[in-house]
Design a protein around this ligand. Structure first.
Ligand code: FDP
Length: 360
């Protein structure tokens, strides 16, 4: 009951404004354990990184030395952008002297980066893609950051981080930041998927949606169709199928985080299959597809390599890639059915020596 002398407070909106990311993370734990404090502190630092990157991106066109390429090539053989370097350094800087994270591994670094003052006390490893979709940076379109947190297993005395070469089920948290018209932070600790929007006036991520559930089916298919000539016949058959049936629409922004976010909220499927030039596709397992796979499963969707559950895939190296099919359950299963069907027909035709028959 309201006390007569107390002002009437619009409780719902205030409660919502006070549900910051850090409060929400702590609420995910049943008690204020050391683990709860650690994870909350890690999330706060990732949020700080997100704010720094968001600030830089919003001013990029106004500041000298922020856009364009550095002239270097990264471990993936891709041209490095100045924003990639900045964002990569931001993640390292926010974890310095934290005592939380001993190792960081990212798309931009050949080997894991060890923060000496945090080792060996820092029991966690942060895997991240600092700027995902970096071809969008110079044209002021959406980009993202993706992250995954794993427990460090063993001492890693040889510095090879071999304990990271395990399945995606080893992740204890994952998420992404979408730098769009607003900056959105989405995360999961294995208890649902939750989104937050950066309120620039407060400098805080405020709860937008809790326990997001992806629709079982959506109209969107999101794929770079320019690779059609390089795909396996099964993927071509799937694409011909959606071209020839009512109810499908294509969306592809060139930034996985943006395309994934649309599908998480509205349903559909994102795919980056293997190509002739890149049989494993383009998307990196440890810091791109596995974190998103954890989120999609938590939201009731599905993530697959096309032939197996994505979270079961075990990388053979830090920068391993996998084909990725991710999104609504029914839409992922439809893509998988084309792959299974084609594989079966191919092996039948090889056995009998008959010609391959196109399905659609
Ligand atoms: P980028 O290389 O620009 O960082 O995995 C990285 C990624 O972008 C995804 O964000 C995006 O979906 C995809 O690659 C785009 O690749 P294509 O240009 O080959 O379609």
């Amino acid at each position: 009951m309201q006390h007569p002398q107390q002002p009437v407070i619009p409780e719902q909106s205030l409660d919502r404004d006070c549900t910051t990311l850090s409060r929400h993370v702590l609420q995910q734990f049943s008690s204020f354990t050391p683990e709860a404090q650690d994870i909350s502190a890690i999330m706060n630092r990732i949020a700080l990184a997100a704010k720094l990157i968001s600030r830089r991106l919003s001013r990029a066109g106004l500041m000298a030395g922020t856009l364009g390429f550095t002239g270097e090539t990264n471990v993936q053989g891709e041209s490095v952008k100045k924003m990639d370097v900045y964002a990569n350094d931001v993640f390292i800087s926010v974890f310095k002297q934290s005592g939380l994270v001993c190792r960081l591994a990212s798309e931009e670094m050949d080997q894991p980066y060890y923060i000496p003052e945090n080792c060996p006390i820092g029991r966690y490893t942060l895997l991240y893609d600092p700027i995902d979709g970096s071809s969008n940076v110079d044209i002021n379109l959406n980009v993202g950051s993706i992250f995954s947190i794993r427990q460090q297993e063993g001492e890693d005395l040889d510095g090879e981080a071999k304990d990271l070469l395990q399945s995606g089920d080893k992740q204890i948290a994952s998420g992404y930041v979408l730098y769009g018209p607003s900056t959105v932070f989405v995360y999961s600790l294995g208890k649902g998927v939750h989104s937050f929007i950066l309120d620039p006036s407060l400098g805080e991520f405020i709860l937008a949606e809790e326990n997001i559930q992806i629709p079982e089916h959506g109209a969107v298919y999101s794929v770079n169709e320019g690779n059609y000539w390089q795909w396996d016949e099964s993927i071509r058959e799937y694409i011909r199928y959606v071209h020839r049936h009512e109810g499908y629409t294509a969306r592809y922004s060139g930034a996985l985080v943006g395309d994934f976010h649309r599908i998480l909220l509205q349903g559909g499927v994102f795919l980056y299959p293997g190509t002739t030039n890149k049989p494993e596709g383009k998307i990196r397992l440890l810091y791109e597809s596995a974190p998103l796979a954890m989120l999609i499963e938590q939201a009731g969707g599905k993530a697959s390599t096309g032939t197996q559950r994505l979270l079961d895939a075990v990388p053979d190296k830090l920068h391993a890639r996998t084909p990725l099919v991710i999104g609504s359950q029914q839409d992922v299963e439809l893509v998988e059915s084309f792959i299974t069907d084609w594989t079966r027909r191919k092996s039948d035709s090889e056995e009998t020596g008959t010609a391959k028959v196109a399905k659609v």
